[in-house]
Design a protein around this ligand. Structure first.
Ligand SMILES: Nc1nc2c(c(=O)[nH]1)N=C([C@H](O)[C@@H](O)CO)CN2
Length: 117
């Protein structure tokens, strides 16, 4: 299946389970693999048939930053639900990484796949 990809979308937001985390902003890095048939956009060279990675990125930043979230699992599920419901994506892989959360690790994170072919 064709895919539209977003890599390392940086989202600065209030994220975490601890009280001190609720007082600061931290970065999340989000990867998306969105199943999407690109043939109509490619053959027509017409933007109206494309899944706009810019529009998706801006919507996800809005979604994630609208209120504090405890778990990165919640971020992943909300992102998957949003791209399927609002952008007509039938299957999506979402990876949410939290750099710096564990000092000894470069990043920690979760990855989910939602939807079907
Ligand atoms: N599976 C998870 N484990 C942990 C999370 C999380 O979101 N998912 N969050 C934390 C803390 O917020 C941590 O990032 C603070 O450094 C701990 N474990």
């Amino acid at each position: 299946m064709d895919k539209v990809l977003i890599r390392e979308l940086k989202v600065e937001t209030v994220i975490g389970i601890y009280e001190w985390e609720k007082q600061i902003h931290q970065n999340l890095l989000i990867d998306l693999d969105m199943d999407f048939d690109i043939r109509e956009a490619a053959s027509s060279d017409d933007y109206q048939f494309a899944l706009c990675y810019e529009t998706v990125s801006n919507r996800l930043i809005e979604l994630i930053t609208e209120k504090p979230i405890d778990l990165i699992e919640t971020v992943a599920e909300r992102v998957a639900q949003c791209v399927m419901e609002e952008f007509g994506v039938r299957r999506v892989k979402v990876k949410v990484m939290k750099p710096g959360a564990v000092p000894a690790a470069k990043a920690v994170g979760v990855e989910i796949v939602r939807g079907h072919d």
